[in-house]
Design a protein around this ligand. Structure first.
Ligand code: NAD
Ligand code: LMR
Length: 329
């Protein structure tokens, strides 16, 4: 067996953590031949609950689990981490404005970015799931100047998976039949799920559906509002599906995407598709050898361009807000 990969998870005693840790330890993240050491960060009052989760991890007797470290200090927990899954975040509470939420999360992601910068392994890959995920990732990245910017991603894979499920249901196919789905923009209600390049069994999805009204009135709002619909139905935000998407994103980043397909990843913009450089926004990406590439050369119709621009404008507004708070340059 190889040396264990050190996987840090924040918010480990939360609801996503309760699903995510067991998937990682069972081998879903890095495959059946790679042992993992879990390094779990929580706030002090949640350490007791985390103890219980660790007891349950022990009780699973996972052959690949090479140890668990817990703590409330990111400088200790991130020590030597090869992978960091930043899940813990401050949720919006009653009376809280968007600016308050960004500020509260800045207090989490600024020191965590600095701790990763100081203590993580050289090959660190960081994926932010905690909301507002794109801007939290931007804050962490801005506070980790020694880590290459492209190592900071945010999660839009849940939106991607939701879009696959909706398109499969509409076309009477399965998710296995669909390739080239794209989520553009922010992990928020402005995100743009784009099927104009998607294929269902090799046929262009938009042509196959041939129903712009369904796209505009059903598909796009369903995917955009799915998180809210789950909160309304379950009384709590998505957890198992969010953990699953977190695993999917990091697994594909490390192990690669299949030939002829791509996935949606929120990554620092390099200016592709005219999108402002530096913001962390969702693009179609392929991955190989532990690195991702933004898929180039897709033609965007007027409808897509307007939807992408709207979501990017929202992200630029978030960037300006955290710049004004001194959380990013
Ligand atoms: P939760 O409230 O059940 O758990 C969050 C945990 O984070 C708590 O245990 C809390 O103690 C911990 N935490 C808070 N501050 C921390 C800090 N500074 N360091 C370490 N841990 C800290 O929430 P959840 O349901 O697990 O969701 C976590 C986050 O993921 C939320 O922000 C949620 O909105 C977001 N989310 C994102 C997606 C996505 O697709 N990007 C999907 C679902 C949920
Ligand atoms: C989700 O997409 O399920 C989460 O981001 C929760 C939310 O607030 O929508």
């Amino acid at each position: 067996m190889s040396t264990p990969v050190k996987v840090a998870v924040t918010g480990a005693a939360g609801q996503i953590g309760y699903s995510l840790l067991f998937r990682i330890a069972s081998g879903s993240l890095l495959g059946p031949d790679t042992p993992v050491q879990l390094r779990l960060l929580e706030i002090t009052p949640a350490l007791k609950a985390l103890e219980g989760v660790v007891m349950e991890l022990d009780d699973c007797a996972f052959p690949l689990l090479a140890g668990v470290e817990t703590g409330d200090d990111p400088n200790v927990v991130f020590d030597g981490a090869n992978i960091a899954l930043l899940v813990g975040a401050r949720p919006r509470t009653k009376g809280m404005e968007r600016g308050d939420l960004l500020e509260a999360n800045g207090a989490i992601f600024k020191p965590q970015g600095a701790a990763l910068n100081a203590h993580a392994a050289d090959d660190i890959k960081v994926l932010v799931t905690g909301n507002p995920a794109n801007t939290n990732a931007l804050i962490a990245k801005s506070n980790a100047p020694d880590i290459p910017a492209e190592r900071f991603n945010a999660l839009t894979r849940l939106d991607h998976n939701r879009a696959l499920a909706q398109l499969a249901a509409k076309t009477g196919s399965t998710v296995n039949d669909i390739t080239k789905m794209t989520i553009w923009g922010n992990h928020s209600a402005t995100q743009y799920p784009d099927v104009f390049h998607s294929e269902v069994n090799g046929r262009n999805a938009a042509e196959l559906i041939d129903d712009q009204d369904w796209l505009e009135s059903t598909f796009i709002p369903t995917v955009q509002q799915r998180g809210a619909a789950i909160i309304a139905a379950r009384g709590a935000s998505s957890a198992a599906s969010a953990a699953n998407a977190t695993v999917d994103h990091m697994r594909d980043w490390v192990l690669g995407t299949p030939e002829g397909d791509w996935v949606s990843m929120a990554v620092p913009s390099d200016g592709s598709y005219g999108i402002a450089e530096g913001i962390i926004t969702s693009f179609p990406c392929t991955t190989a050898g532990g690195a991702y590439n933004i898929v180039q050369g897709l033609e965007l119709n007027e409808f897509s361009r307007a939807k992408i621009d709207a979501s990017v404008a929202e992200l630029q507004g978030e960037r300006e807000a955290v710049q004004a708070l001194g959380l990013v340059e």
